[in-house]
Design a protein around this ligand. Structure first.
Ligand code: PEP
Length: 253
């Protein structure tokens, strides 16, 4: 049985300008300290990536971009490559967040192209998947997730996928305060691990970290982390405040 180090990740979305992001990074650095039982990651906006990476140097907190483009260079006005993100000091990148899928035309095909490019640049991709409220009510949850996993990870070998983190984020639970019940979360995470095992490799599935995201707070993190197939959390709203995010990071204490 593989040991999976939990990952607690904060997605700052469209919050905090450069100065606010840097000040917050300093606060988190001292609140979280030098030793953590878990891996920790934060995802500021693009414009704050470099100064936040500088501010967090020497701390265990990794920095991610919230999105990326799959091409490496060229006439793609407004886009940012994986290598550019890496050159800021980032080690991780979020790909396929439901807000990108919902509002910016992200598809499983673009997720797949971004994933390949992120891996080539040596970034750890956090690939988001999740069903909408309507899909769940229509009984399509597992079908939707299976397609997102198979299409999103398509064409990559088990070796290439070894660093990939999956984040299950039911769309209806994001920013709504409606956390999925522990039974729902465990059922989906076990399904995802089996889907990866069946389509790729059992060892990879056992080693792959699968995060839960959707209204995670310091008050519900412990019961989520107690679930067998939950290996961490992707946190939106509750990652924007030092006390609440460090409370989530220290869920064991
Ligand atoms: C997210 O945006 O990935 C998220 C899970 O948001 P929240 O924690 O606010 O629901």
């Amino acid at each position: 049985m593989a040991t999976r180090t939990p990952l607690i990740a904060g997605n700052w979305k469209l919050h905090k300008d450069c100065a606010e992001s840097v000040a917050f990074a300093h606060e988190l650095k001292s609140a979280i300290g030098a030793d953590t039982d878990v891996d920790v990651m934060v995802a500021p906006t693009f414009t704050a990536l470099y100064p936040v990476c500088e501010a967090l140097k020497g701390s265990p907190i990794a920095v991610a971009a919230q999105d990326m483009f799959w091409e490496t260079k060229g006439a793609w006005t407004g886009e940012i490559s994986a290598e550019m993100i890496r050159s800021c000091g980032c080690t991780h990148v979020i790909i396929g967040h439901s807000e990108r899928r919902q509002y910016f035309g992200e598809t499983d095909e673009t997720v797949n192209a971004k994933l390949k490019s992120a891996l080539e640049a040596g970034l750890v991709p956090v690939v988001c998947i999740g069903e909408t409220d309507e899909e769940r009510k229509q009984g399509k949850t597992f079908e939707v997730l299976d397609t997102q996993v198979k299409m999103g990870l398509k064409g990559l070998s088990a070796e290439e996928l070894a660093s990939v983190v999956l984040a299950y984020e039911p769309v209806w639970a994001i920013g709504t305060g409606n956390t999925a019940t522990p039974d729902m979360v465990q059922e989906v995470h076990a399904f995802l691990r089996k889907s990866v095992a069946d389509s790729l490799q059992k060892e990879l599935a056992n080693a792959m970290r699968i995060l839960y995201g959707g209204s995670v707070k310091s008050g519900n993190i412990a019961e989520l982390m107690a679930l067998e197939d939950v290996d961490g959390a992707l946190v939106g709203g509750a990652s924007l405040d030092t006390e609440s995010f460090s409370g989530i990071v220290r869920y064991k204490r």
